[in-house]
Every structure is written in structure tokens, then in C-alpha cells.
Design a protein around this ligand. Structure first.
Ligand SMILES: [Zn+2]
Length: 447
């Protein structure tokens, strides 16, 4: 098909794609514990039906030892054609009223060219992008297409185990991960780096038992104050990570402006941004450290005593190209050596998930960038992602020779994924459907 007839075909398909998106957004497929299973199962069943109708005749819910099933199916392409795996997820984040939604999160609403509702972007927008891509070829794509739609991406995922147990289902030339987005609507990007995530729990102890704060205070050290000083030593005055041996760099691709970042982050009045360098440097090329939990005496349970011990959970985002074990070692060494007043410190290592660097410059990457340029009318730039997707490493290990492209309709400017008033731009979905269809054609033409 010529590019212009493909683009006309996609344009004709869009009313159906958007109707499907609205239908899917209305299903509250929250896979978190404590939420009803029925809508998640209904969403899985509907995903199977829609994929079958789009040409994936053998689309089915796969057997997994626990949790909601991934949906998988395959359309064989012409003999000798390359194989592409299309990824999306059908579960969504919760949407509590306390987030402050302007319209009901599970009643899709169309305003100003955008569809609002939980999952409209993340990642039901990605799922309907795949449906549109298959429909663009009337269910007979020019390559072999394997589709995997995960059901537990937003919670404890069971897909990594599934991939490890069934790696043959994921043999391919290219993984197309449609769960990302452009910095701004209409300006294409590919995501080439994702930070990893390490965490630990640090316990600081100063006393054998609680002491009366009037009798002993002023001379006997307080464990919570010691912990606070230890935590504050992890960053410098500007907010940059100040841990020796932890790696950071700078970002070469596109960046958000501070204004764009602030529009999404909504800091309170008077609160300033942390760190130095561009926003892209801070989010994608430098590490960050946050204290994400604290165990100590509650205010309700407090009395005039000096606390003997306190503990905090620390999460550190690490940059591509680093060893998670080595970065965590550096963090632990800092914690063990920076407590004030000789306080005793013990550290429990909790997690070390690697960062991911998308290899660029291969034929699939080149084809993906050319497809984006054609669909959007401008050259794509590169962005990173501050979040980690451990699945990517698992997919890479399942099929080490396969390339990746990470993209999608979840623009970072307005989509507000995981927050209130999540939305997606309908025209962005159309451009992504066209980009994916052009990618399949370009890959097929290479043979
Ligand atoms: Zn997602």
C-alpha cells in the first residue's frame, strides 16, 4: 500500500478505534488487590474478542500460575517475513475520587479532541493503537505479528515469569512497546533509556531502650534525629545525589522545559525544583534518591522519650549503563559511614532492578524512526523515561537479538497518566496507528 493510501485507510478506521477505546475505558480493569475481579476478567475477555476480530484468530487468555492472564496471539505473515511482537497492557491504575477528577474516570468523555478517563492513555490507548494497526492491513499484516497484552502491569506483574517460562512465544526481530508517549502532542520521540531502581531499608539505633527526654535529652542521642541527619547527607544543598560511587551523566536528546515539567508536577507555591542540569539530565541521566517510607513512633503514640531506633526505606533511581548491585553497594556504604554521633546503622538490601538502554542504529530502529517521521511529518528525537520497566530486560533475555522501539500515544504534556483527568489525544492515536503500520511495511520490505 502507498503511504498516502495507508494514511487514508487509517483515517477511515479511526471512528471505530476511538469507539473501541471508549468502550474499554468504561471497564474499570484495576488489577490491584482489593478491587473487584469481574471487570478485569471482562476486560481480558473483550481484549481477546477485539484481537480476534482484528485478525488474531488464535488470541487467547494464557494460563498463568497466579493473577490475571496475559492475552497472546499470532498472525503468521508471508513466508520469510520478519516477526514483530506488539506489547500493551489492559489493566489500569486505580482512580480514587480523592485524586480530584473533573468527570467520572470510567465514563469516557470527549473534550477538545481528547478522550478523558482512567486508562485512556495508559495503556488502553496503546491497545487500540495495536488494533488499528492490524485493521490497517485487514488482519493480514506484511510481517508475522505476535501480540501480548498484559493484565498486571500496574501492580505485581506476572508477565516476567510468563516470558521466562515461554520464551519461544517471544522470538522476534523487534519488540514494539506501545506504552510511552511524546513529550508534546504531534512531536515524535522514541524512548531510548529507562532508569533502574534499587532500594534498601536503613535502621539507625542509638540507645538500648527509650529514655526520658527531660532527664537525658541534650546528652543522649535521638535515633530519629540521627536518621534525619543521615538521610539529609544523601543529597547536597542543590538536591543532587551526594553519594560517592553512584553514577550520573547528561542527556543528549530532547528535554522538557522547567515550565512544562512544573505544569505536570504541580509543586506547591514557593517550592523549588531539585537538582542541577536540564530537566532531562535530572530525570533520565542522573540518579535520584527518595525516602519512601518511615517506621518510627507515631505522633499519637508519642511521649516525652528519646527514641532508641528508627528506620527508613530508601529508593534510588539509577542510570543506564550501571550495575544495580554496584550502585546499591555505594548507597549502602554511604549509609554505613555517615551516621552522626556514632549511631549504629544496619542496612537491608531490598531491590536492585537494572536500568535499560535501548540499542539504537539497527535496521528496526532506523525503520521505526523513519515511520514516525512519515506519520508525524517531523524527525523524531530521543527521550528517556524516569520509570523502570523490568519486563524489558526479561524480553531482551528471551530474545537477545531482537530490537526494541518504545513509543505510544501517552504524551507527557497533557496525558496525566496515573493522576486525575487522564486523557489521550485522538489525533495522536491516529498518528501512532499510522506509524506502526508504516513500521510493519518497512520491516517487511527489508525481508
Ligand atoms: Zn502503562
Amino acid at each position: 500500500m502507498t503511504a498516502s493510501s495507508l494514511s487514508q485507510k487509517v483515517a477511515r478506521l479511526m471512528p471505530g478505534v476511538i469507539a473501541d477505546l471508549k468502550e474499554l475505558v468504561a471497564i474499570p480493569s484495576i488489577a490491584f488487590p482489593g478491587y473487584p475481579a469481574e471487570p478485569v476478567n471482562a476486560m481480558a475477555a473483550r481484549t481477546v474478542e477485539l484481537l480476534q476480530a482484528a485478525g488474531v484468530a488464535n488470541a487467547r487468555a494464557m494460563d498463568v500460575p497466579w493473577g490475571y492472564p496475559p492475552i497472546y496471539g499470532e498472525i503468521p505473515g508471508p513466508p520469510g517475513s520478519p516477526t514483530v511482537v506488539l506489547y500493551a497492557h489492559y489493566d489500569v491504575q486505580p482512580a480514587p475520587e480523592s485524586q480530584g477528577w473533573s468527570s467520572d474516570p470510567f465514563t469516557p468523555t470527549h473534550r477538545d479532541g481528547r478522550i478523558f478517563g482512567r486508562g485512556a492513555s495508559d495503556d488502553k490507548g496503546g491497545l487500540v493503537t495495536h488494533l488499528g494497526t492490524l485493521r490497517a492491513f485487514d488482519g493480514e499484516p506484511p510481517c508475522t505479528v505476535r501480540v501480548i497484552v498484559e493484565g498486571m502491569e500496574e501492580t505485581e506483574s506476572n508477565l516476567e515469569e510468563f516470558v521466562e517460562a515461554h520464551s519461544e512465544l517471544f522470538e522476534c526481530d523487534m519488540f514494539v512497546i506501545c506504552d510511552m508517549g511524546n513529550l508534546r502532542v504531534g512531536e515524535p520521540v522514541v524512548t531510548t533509556a529507562l532508569r533502574g531502581d534499587v532500594s534498601c531499608i536503613v535502621t539507625v539505633s542509638t540507645l538500648d531502650h527509650p529514655l526520658h527526654s527531660g532527664v537525658f535529652g541534650g546528652a543522649a542521642p535521638d535515633a530519629l534525629m540521627s536518621l534525619a541527619r543521615l538521610l539529609s547527607s544523601l543529597v547536597d544543598d542543590a538536591g543532587d545525589v551526594a553519594v560517592e560511587g553512584v553514577t550520573g551523566g547528561s542527556w543528549e536528546g530532547a528535554t522538557q522545559s522547567e515550565e512544562e515539567f512544573l505544569a505536570g508536577a504541580e509543586l506547591l507555591p514557593g517550592v523549588s525544583l531539585l537538582g542541577t542540569g536540564t530537566i532531562a539530565d535530572r530525570l533520565w541521566a542522573k540518579p535520584s534518591i527518595n525516602a519512601i517510607g518511615l517506621d518510627t513512633t507515631s505522633i499519637a503514640g508519642s511521649s516525652n522519650v528519646i527514641l532508641p531506633s528508627a528506620r527508613a526505606k530508601i529508593s534510588m533511581r539509577i542510570v543506564p549503563g550501571t550495575s544495580p548491585a554496584a550502585e546499591l553497594d555505594a548507597l549502602v556504604a554511604h549509609l554505613e559511614s555517615h551516621a552522626p554521633w556514632g549511631a549504629q546503622v544496619s542496612v537491608e538490601r531490598i531491590k536492585s532492578a537494572p536500568a535499560f538502554h535501548v540499542p539504537t542504529g539497527g535496521p528496526g530502529d532506523t525503520a521505526a524512526r523513519a515511520a514516525l517521521a512519515e506519520a508525524f511529518g517531523s524527525e523524531p528525537s530521543e527521550v528517556g523515561s524516569g520509570g523502570s520497566i523490568p519486563l524489558l530486560q526479561t524480553l531482551h533475555e528471551a530474545c537477545p537479538s531482537a530490537e526494541f522501539v518504545l513509543w505510544g500515544p501517552e504524551d507527557m504534556d497533557l496525558a496525566r497518566i496515573h493522576a486525575s483527568d487522564e486523557s489521550v489525544d485522538a489525533a495522536e492515536i491516529e498518528r501512532m496507528v499510522l506509524a506502526q503500520a508504516l513500521l510493519l511495511e518497512r520491516l517487511a520490505a527489508r525481508g
